[in-house]
Structure formats: structure tokens, C-alpha cells
Design a protein around this ligand. Structure first.
Ligand code: NAP
Length: 339
């Protein structure tokens, strides 16, 4: 194929205050750089929009550095190698790498991994078989120390991570799996398509703790927290002694302009001898082969289902897809189709 001289990428134009808006992003036309020694040129086919990117739009040092104003955003992408200056990659290979938010990426071969399009559709490597799937697997089984028979509650349950958490719990022998999500359609999807035992819409009238108590009358053993705030507070109330909390994310607070509201009942962890543990997927790469074998096997057997919300229309659609994901427009993994 002919590689164009220039291509589009998305830059951070300004730092969002609250929910990001279109004016926080800019489309730039830039030169497509030929790969130097040890590099490959990739035509991106899909890119991921993920909640952690919102944190990188703030000028705050965290486990990953902040995005810079006037510079391209980055993140997970899969694409096709169109030029290679590395013996490890051939033109035509499909690769996963970290330079999304652009049509073409010149990537160091050390920062790209081949993926097999015959094993799964390539988009799956950004979701169920990628970082969000590994987060679910490692979070539930290693960080949360899941045990057969546990009553598991997961928030953000219809999203990329949450949907996998609930299904792994079911497949590994949870006695009950409960999810929360933000629309009646998502709640129906959790129970009817993904096999959750029960689910509630946290936007329905009444506090989260009331909904959770109705669905978990004898309490929960493990809470997988994607949301923080009121959800975490409700889970602390319902957790049984020696229960576990996986602190995976707190999306209810990522766009807050005011100080975050913490759980008011953290002291419940003392008497109940709870374990609350934060996690980052990057610490669990050693589980990747085991995760791909087990979750990939369940997908092949039709036991684990995954959903993707794919925004078509190219890289210009990435900002609205990102903001849409933060507001709940996705069921399953939110992706942008670039070509
Ligand atoms: P996702 O769940 O696919 O998408 C985000 C979802 O968050 C939206 O669809 C929306 O669904 C929900 N949401 C938005 N505002 C909310 C609010 N105020 N209260 C409750 N839910 C809200 O995203 P994901 O990639 O799977 O990530 C889920 C969580 O895991 C995030 O907190 C993320 O930061 C975290 N995460 C952590 C790691 C790690 O290594 N620690 C890795 C990946 C992800 P509703 O319609 O249900 O509101």
C-alpha cells in the first residue's frame, strides 16, 4: 500500500476542567516519519479510549506522566505494519502498541507486540484480551484473592473491566455475582447476556447501599471497585468479616471539580478485618499467558461474552468517543475504528 506523506493525530489543546469538551482537543496534520533502525511504521486500525487518560490530562504527576498541551495524546492501539526497519516485524504483521490517537505511528520495535488475528478479532486485544481483561483477571483472582463460593459485587459492571470481572467470578464458582451500571439496558445485559445473578441501576432512586442490600441480603465477600465514592461506602457496609476490596478505579470522581467525597465508613474495615488493596494492571504482566489461555478458552467455548462499542469515522471521532465513554455511552469496551 502507498503510505501518505502526512496523516492526522489528536493533540491536547488545553487541560479539561471537569468533563472534557471538544475544545480541549485539536486535530493536527503531521508528517508521517519513516522508521529508523529498530522502528516500524504502523497504520493504526483501532485505538482505545480509557478512563486513566482523563487523569493524564491534568497537570499532575502520577504513575504515568501527564499529557502535554500541544502534543499528541497516546494510548493503546492495534494496527498493521506498513514499513519495517526491524528484523522482528514483517510488513503485514498486526501489532499492539502504545501510540494511539493517530492514523500512523512510528514505533520502536521494543514497544510493539505481535497479535494473532486468527485467534481473536484484533480489536479484542484492546479489551477483553488486552489491558482491561488482564486488569479484571489479576484484580479479581490475585489482588482480591477470590475464593470459590464468594459473593462478588462489581461496579462499572457493564464496562470493559467490570463485565469481565463478573463473568470470571461466575465461571470460577462465585456463589452470587452482583453488578451495578448506569442504565436499565445495561442492567438487563448483565443479567440476560452475561449471566450475572443480579444487577441494579445506581441512577435509580435511593442510595446505592439500599439497592445493594436488597440484592445481597446476607452481605458480600469481595467488592471490585471501579467507581469509588458512594459505591465504595455501600460495599464497606455490606462486606462480611475478612472480605476483600479491589481498588481498581474511582471513575465517579475523575471529572469532579470539588473535593472528592470519600467513604464515611472506612472504619468499618477495622472491626470487619477487611483487606482493601489498590492495583495497577502494569504490575501483573506475569499473568498474561495464563490470562490469555483461560479467558481466551472461555471465549472460544462460548462461556464468556464480550461486547464492544465501536465508534466509526476515524481519528477525528476519538475525542467524542473518549468523552462518551466517561459519560457511559459504551457497553463493554469503547473503541475507535481508525481505518
Ligand atoms: P468502562 O467501564 O468501559 O467505561 C467507563 C464507565 O464508567 C462508563 O461506561 C460508565 O458506565 C461508568 N461511569 C461513568 N461515570 C460514572 C459514575 N459517576 N458512577 C458510576 N459509573 C460511572 O471503563 P474501563 O476501562 O472498564 O475502566 C473501569 C474502571 O477501571 C475505571 O475506574 C478505570 O480507571 C479502572 N481501570 C483501572 C486499571 C488499573 O490498572 N488499576 C486498569 C483499567 C481500568 P455507566 O453507564 O454504568 O455509568
Amino acid at each position: 500500500m502507498t503510505v501518505p506523506n502526512t496523516a492526522l493525530e489528536i493533540h491536547l489543546a488545553s487541560r479539561p476542567d471537569g468533563y472534557p469538551a471538544e475544545e480541549n482537543f485539536a486535530v493536527a496534520e503531521v508528517e508521517v516519519r519513516n522508521p529508523a533502525d529498530g522502528e516500524i511504521l504502523v497504520r493504526n486500525l483501532y485505538m482505545s479510549v480509557d478512563p486513566y487518560m482523563r487523569g493524564r490530562m491534568n497537570d499532575v504527576q502520577s504513575y504515568s506522566p501527564p499529557f502535554q498541551i500541544g502534543q499528541p495524546l497516546d494510548g493503546g492501539a492495534v494496527g498493521e505494519v506498513v514499513e519495517s526497519n526491524s528484523p522482528e516485524f514483517q510488513v503485514g504483521d498486526t501489532v499492539l502498541h502504545g501510540l494511539g490517537w493517530r492514523e500512523y505511528a512510528t514505533v520502536s520495535a521494543d514497544h510493539a507486540a505481535k497479535v494473532d488475528p486468527d485467534v481473536a478479532p484484533i480489536s479484542a486485544y484492546l479489551g477483553v484480551l488486552g489491558m482491561p481483561g488482564l486488569t479484571a483477571y489479576a484484580g479479581l483472582l490475585r489482588v482480591g484473592e477470590f475464593k470459590e463460593g464468594d459473593v462478588v459485587f462489581v461496579s462499572g459492571a457493564a464496562g470493559a473491566v467490570g463485565a469481565v470481572v463478573g463473568q470470571i467470578a461466575r465461571l470460577r464458582g462465585a456463589s452470587r455475582v452482583i453488578g451495578s451500571a448506569g442504565t436499565p439496558e445495561k442492567v438487563k445485559h448483565l443479567v440476560e447476556d452475561l449471566g450475572f445473578d443480579a444487577a441494579f441501576n445506581y441512577r435509580d432512586e435511593g442510595p446505592v447501599v439500599k439497592h445493594l442490600a436488597e440484592l445481597a441480603p446476607t452481605g458480600i465477600d469481595l467488592y471490585f471497585d471501579n467507581v469509588g465514592g458512594e459505591h465504595l461506602e455501600a460495599a464497606l457496609t455490606l462486606l462480611r468479616p475478612f472480605g476483600h476490596v479491589v481498588l481498581c478505579g474511582a471513575i465517579s470522581q475523575y471529572n469532579d471539580k470539588s473535593a472528592a467525597t470519600g467513604p464515611k465508613n472506612l472504619s468499618a474495615a477495622v472491626g470487619k478485618r477487611l483487606t482493601l488493596r489498590g492495583m495497577l494492571s502494569i504490575d501483573h504482566g506475569d499473568l498474561r499467558d495464563e490470562f490469555i489461555a483461560e479467558v481466551g478458552g472461555w471465549i472460544a467455548e462460548g462461556k464468556l461474552h464480550y461486547t464492544e462499542t465501536v465508534v466509526d469515522g476515524g481519528v477525528r471521532q476519538a475525542p467524542s468517543a473518549f468523552v462518551g465513554m466517561l459519560r457511559g455511552a459504551n457497553t463493554g469496551k469503547m473503541l475507535v475504528k481508525l481505518a
